[in-house]
Design a protein. Structure first.
Length: 301
């Protein structure tokens, strides 16, 4: 049984196959007459709507479930919730606080499990990011400068970029960078230099010559109590239009959204000419459809 908990659960060629399916005009109705459970322990605009629509476009019926309705390890064990949902659904998507819960769901191995965001990873976002880069720049062997917190979005993007032969630069203050295990795991899938992540102290150094500049909020869901400390830690890391003047001439700006204008990004960047955040948001649905189509094919074989 194949699951998607992190991007490197796919091989590079499988990743390309998912992107190709995301752009295919006539998807196979691989979920016809079947359901997909979509469990959300945290809020969502893009992930919930893109996943629901992707399931519908594949002929299936999505059922969104709030975290408290099933109560992972509170009302019932993670394993029993997974077994129960697998009685009715062809696949389960879950947005969870604790990545270990996804690993336990996948270990049940009843139906494919899709990570719709955990504290560790956001692979569905990274698939949409790659799709956007391929459409906008016509290639994937690009240099991506990620400025900000090395969070779940950054981690999945680092895997995705490394796996398709790109170069991944991170600009973040000490204490907000990847741990050694993540850096080593990214280097292990790096199809370009084998070096993995390039780390910079200053955003200007990461952005210079980059094809893609990317950021996310400095305070992720569940970290609200650290907001003031984080604002201080990331002082000087706001992406400005002057910063983007040094990137590659055709370079683009991406953000997984929601954006905090005036914090991690200036308003004239996220709303400016290099910004592709709306095609990127739209690609969440296409990437989700491509992934589910591919996963259902794997489940059949
Ligand atoms: N980018 C993203 O995952 O958005 P949502 O939190 O709205 O799903």
């Amino acid at each position: 049984m194949r699951h998607l908990l992190e991007v490197d659960d796919l091989t590079p060629s499988e990743l390309t196959a998912v992107l190709d399916r995301a752009e295919a005009a006539d998807p196979d109705p691989v979920l016809a007459g079947r359901g997909m459970a979509l469990l959300f322990e945290k809020p969502s605009a893009r992930t919930r709507n893109s996943m629901e629509m992707a399931v519908v476009q594949l002929g299936g019926h999505p059922i969104p479930i709030r975290g408290e309705e099933v109560g992972l390890d509170v009302r019932e064990t993670v394993e029993d919730v997974t077994r129960t949902l697998a009685c009715y659904h062809a696949a389960i998507g879950a947005r969870v606080f604790d990545h270990a819960h996804l690993e336990r769901m996948a270990a049940v191995d009843a139906v494919p499990i899709v990570n719709m965001l955990s504290d560790l990873a956001h692979p569905l976002q990274a698939l949409a990011d790659l799709l956007t880069i391929r459409q906008e720049l016509g290639r994937l062997d690009v240099t991506v400068a990620y400025v900000g917190d090395a969070n779940n979005v950054a981690r999945s993007l680092a895997f995705a970029v490394a796996m398709v032969g790109g170069r991944f630069r991170l600009a973040a203050p000490p204490g907000h960078r990847f741990d050694e295990a993540t850096s080593e795991r990214v280097a292990a899938v790096d199809g370009s230099t084998g070096q993995g992540i390039e780390v910079h102290d200053r955003p200007e150094l990461a952005v210079e010559g980059a094809d893609v500049v990317y950021t996310d909020v400095w305070t992720s869901m569940g970290q609200e109590a650290q907001a003031a400390t984080r604002l201080r830690a990331f002082e000087g890391y706001t992406i400005t239009s002057a910063m983007l003047d040094t990137m590659s001439p055709n370079g683009i700006f991406l953000h997984c959204l929601p954006a905090h204008r005036g914090e991690e990004v200036a308003a004239d960047v996220v709303d400016g000419p290099r910004s592709r955040v709306w095609p990127q948001a739209a690609n969440r649905m296409h990437a989700a459809r491509g992934l589910l189509w591919w996963l259902m094919e794997q489940a059949r074989t």
